[in-house]
Design a protein around this ligand. Structure first.
Ligand code: NDP
Ligand code: MG
Length: 411
């Protein structure tokens, strides 16, 4: 099994990066919350980052503005329904001879092409959901640095992807996993010395609510996250704790940690991004303001650190830190994800797909908050598990689980 070992990063940094003055980055999902923050990191570090590729799914006007600013060699519109948006003509304007003419790629195949083209040293996978699986797979096979925000690809296909990845090739962007990664820097043989990983969790907007209260919550309530501003899917996942369940599986793959060594710890305020305890009784924590720019920047800069303007905690005036345990009886998406992870095979892909369907249905007001884990559980129950053998099999399991979960919604 390929283990992400912080110590192996220097040795495995892409050779093209080591020889060039700037890191050449492609951002898949540039129009999303992570994508936009990555562009802010690039804006703050023009001497260190060159943006060579940008993808959006539907937001072509954002793409045009970003392409004018960053002048990438390639852009991709992954939703073919937006391939002919009139604003895209601005990228090829004959009236403007100075216009940079990026190559325009379309559809899922365009996204994959962008994950492999030779002009990039690093691919930031910031698309949402299972749509990231193939791109992550392609970027790994292309031997580029993979700055991975898209946790769903590791959840669904981690057993395969981690086997294919070179040691240190994947650098986590998810804040908790970036924190764990940082806690492990300098730790030799951490698999032997690891006591446990404390995967921290804000608790979400409904921490402390009763079952009766949860019955009536709406998507509008759930979209008010107490400490992070994120895209809609992950914000709902944070409210149900599905996000933390997906992150347990993500940590299992990235750090080759047994499930019983990964403990979820509620830390309201999200100041501690995660902690690692060692067998000698020591615990290391990584602390930063709740901004994704810090882990995004580190995924680009590692083994260096680049300055960022707004990432500091005012420790002298900080509220006391408090801790708690998640309520797995009430927030059942968390234990269901852990169960899927422990079962392995195609089950994590099934859990992830059912969660995506239920999450979207809740956002549309079609189901209640407590129906989300019910849809996941039923879809998992109806699926016969199988050992994981190929990416095509993952995509097939994802497709079938979406059908099953959608049928449950229509009953
Ligand atoms: P957003 O919803 O804000 O953005 C999603 C991005 O993916 C957009 O660029 C969107 O394009 C694109 N996209 C949507 N559907 C598809 C598709 N089918 N194929 C290709 N691209 C698609 O999401 P976030 O930025 O919040 O999250 C992105 C990923 O990062 C997720 O996997 C999430 O779990 C992870 N993550 C996010 C964090 C955060 O703070 N936001 C923290 C940790 C991890 P368009 O808008 O043009 O339609
Ligand atoms: Mg996270």
């Amino acid at each position: 099994m390929n283990t992400l070992n912080a110590n192996s990063q220097t040795a495995s940094a892409p050779s093209s990066y080591k020889n060039s003055s700037r890191l050449r980055v492609s951002i898949l999902g540039a129009s999303g919350s992570i994508g936009k923050q990555a562009l802010e990191v690039a804006r703050e570090n023009p001497d260190k980052v060159e943006i060579v590729g940008l993808s959006v799914h539907s937001d072509t006007s954002f793409l045009v503005d970003a392409a004018k600013e960053f002048k990438p060699a390639y852009v991709c519109v992954s939703d073919p329904a937006h391939a002919n948006d009139t604003c895209l003509e601005q990228l090829n304007s004959a009236k403007n001879p100075k216009a940079l003419k990026p190559e325009i790629l379309i559809g899922d195949s365009g996204l994959e092409e962008m994950a492999r083209f030779p002009e990039a040293d690093c691919i930031l996978i910031a698309v949402v959901g299972a749509a990231g699986i193939k791109a992550t797979h392609t970027a790994i096979l292309s031997e580029k640095r993979v700055a991975l925000a898209n946790k769903e690809s590791l959840v669904a296909a981690g057993d395969l992807l981690m086997t294919l990845a070179k040691p240190g090739q994947i650098i986590p962007v998810d804040s908790e996993h970036s924190a764990i990664f940082q806690c492990l820097i300098g730790e030799t043989n951490f698999e032997d010395s690891l006591e446990c990983i404390w995967l921290t969790c804000s608790g979400g907007p409904f921490y402390g609510c009763t079952k009766e209260q949860l019955k009536g919550v709406t998507a509008h309530d759930a979209l008010k996250h107490p400490s992070w501003t994120m895209g809609p899917k992950i914000t709902i996942d944070s409210a149900t704790l599905a996000n933390k369940g997906l992150e347990v599986i993500e940590a299992h793959h990235l750090f080759n940690a047994a499930y019983d060594k990964i403990k979820v710890l509620i830390q309201p305020g999200s100041t501690i991004h995660s902690m690692v305890s060692f067998k000698d009784g020591s615990t290391k924590a990584q602390i930063a303001a709740p901004s994704m720019k810090t882990p995004i920047s580190l995924a680009f800069s590692y083994p260096e650190r680049w300055p960022l303007s707004d990432s500091f905690v005012d420790y002298q005036n900080h509220a006391p830190l408090s801790f708690g345990k998640p309520d797995s009886n009430l927030f059942r998406c968390l234990p269901l994800a852990v169960q899927a992870g422990k079962e392995g095979g195609i089950m994590p892909a099934v859990m992830n797909a059912a969660n995506e369907v239920a999450n979207a249905a809740f956002r549309k007001g079609r189901i209640g908050f407590l129906d989300i884990p019910a849809v996941i559980e039923k879809t998992m129950d109806e699926t016969k598990n199988a050992p994981l053998e190929s990416i095509d099999q993952v995509l097939d399991a994802d497709y079938k689980a979406r059908l099953s979960a959608t049928q449950l919604l229509n009953k």
